[in-house]
Design a protein around this ligand. Structure first.
Ligand code: GDP
Ligand code: MN
Length: 367
């Protein structure tokens, strides 16, 4: 699972890696407010999961509020390599003296984490590897040994960053490795790591987590833009929206989709005791997420009442403009009433999670 730049940056910041001052916005009025608060030139960065945004026109700069609003409007109405832009990261524009590259990735061939670093940052690593492979320092780590701060400095020295930068760059490399380990990452990358007159800053951030370890990291889910909401919501890369009541059930639902050959588009945990309104909010959230082709709603009523869920589903489907097919598994508290309501509204349901997941994948494949 890939995280957006702003999520990755928050995690990096928690680990002590400096990032530029910045805030996320979903519309132009938010951008205006942010600009007025920051009151300095900004970079507006499209939050998409594809790489090479800069070259694709996904990063723009603005010097005044009116300009910022115009630029935001443009970015929010375009697609970057086919990906719609829903979120902008509005950051202080920094002046760059030097750009470096640092990353930690799991090297499958050697079954070890591999640190790659270069004093020639800013370009994609694949490009650098083909044009100037000798400028990339590679360092394998034995996962059983501790990675020590002096090793970070050793890598910085090999990069040729100049004596005054060996210690700060080495320290960032060490911290990046801590992030990589702590979050069971497949990739943690800073490109570019920049030198400014104010010091060293991660100007970009990439973090790709191991899907199989997600259950261990509920904390990063709280970093999502929906942290204010009643539920935990994470966007993923597939096309089947998975919604469940409770994190465990939602994760199991995701597994079931995968077992049947499908790919989850969301992790959305509506929590316990969800009202019809919360169900409606949750459904609308996934309906408005464009990659979603089918919704798999997996409810095992406990505190959550099946009749409340049914009411929320019926109301949302009636009102929604975008018609997304839904497969619902509904059992537990007040299930008879919930199932009766669905029946009356002509919405079919399943009582087993396995058959519902299978149906959702089949439905998705047939679209
Ligand atoms: P990417 O294209 O998705 O990798 O996006 P990045 O965040 O890495 O930005 C691409 C390039 O834009 C960087 O390598 C910088 O050269 C430039 N850039 C990004 N943010 C700033 C900024 O705040 N100030 C300046 N001067 N350049 C920036
Ligand atoms: Mn970059």
């Amino acid at each position: 699972m890939k995280l957006y730049e702003y999520n990755a940056k928050l995690i990096f910041k928690n680990e002590g890696i400096p990032i530029p001052e910045g805030y996320t916005a979903r519309d132009t009025s938010e951008v205006k407010k942010i600009f007025e608060k920051m009151d300095k030139p900004v970079a507006l960065k499209s939050q998409v999961l594809v790489g090479g945004r800069g070259k694709a026109g996904g990063i723009k700069f603005a010097e005044d509020p009116q300009n910022a609003v115009e630029v935001a409007e443009e970015l929010l109405s375009t697609e970057i390599k086919g990906e719609k832009v829903n979120i902008l990261l509005v950051e202080e524009k920094v002046s760059i003296q030097k750009e470096f590259y640092v990353s930690v990735a799991f090297d499958r061939a050697n079954k070890k984490p591999l640190i790659m670093a270069s004093a020639e940052g800013g370009v994609e690593i694949e490009e650098l590897a083909s044009t100037n492979p000798e400028k990339i320092v590679k360092y394998h780590i034995n996962p059983l040994d501790e990675f020590l701060p002096y090793e970070g400095r050793e890598i910085a020295r090999k990069m040729g960053v100049g004596s005054s930068l060996i210690s700060p760059v080495g320290s960032i490399i060490w911290k990046l490795y801590q992030v990589f380990q702590k979050y069971d990452a497949q990739l943690a990358e800073i490109n570019p790591l920049i030198i400014t007159d104010k010091g060293i800053i991660a100007a970009d951030a990439k973090l790709e987590l191991e899907d199989d370890s997600l259950y261990k990291h509920k904390e990063f889910m709280e970093l999502d833009e929906y942290q204010e909401e009643e539920f935990a919501f994470v966007k993923l890369e597939g096309d089947i929206a998975v919604i469940g009541n409770g994190a465990g059930l939602t994760l199991t639902g995701m597994d079931m989709i995968k077992l049947n050959g499908g790919e989850p588009a969301t992790f959305l945990d509506i929590g316990g005791g969800a009202s019809p309104d919360i169900i409606k909010k949750a459904l609308n959230l996934v309906i408005s997420y464009s990659p979603v082709k089918v919704i798999f709603l997996n409810v095992l009523g406990g505190i959550t009442r099946a009749d409340d869920v049914a009411k929320g589903v019926i109301k949302t489907l009636e009102e929604s403009e975008r018609k997304v097919p839904l497969v619902i598994r509904l059992t537990g508290t007040n299930e008879k009433e919930g199932q009766r309501l669905l029946d009356a509204a002509g919405i079919s349901f399943e009582t087993s999670m396995e058959s519902a997941a299978k149906k959702a994948v089949q439905l998705c494949n047939s679209l």
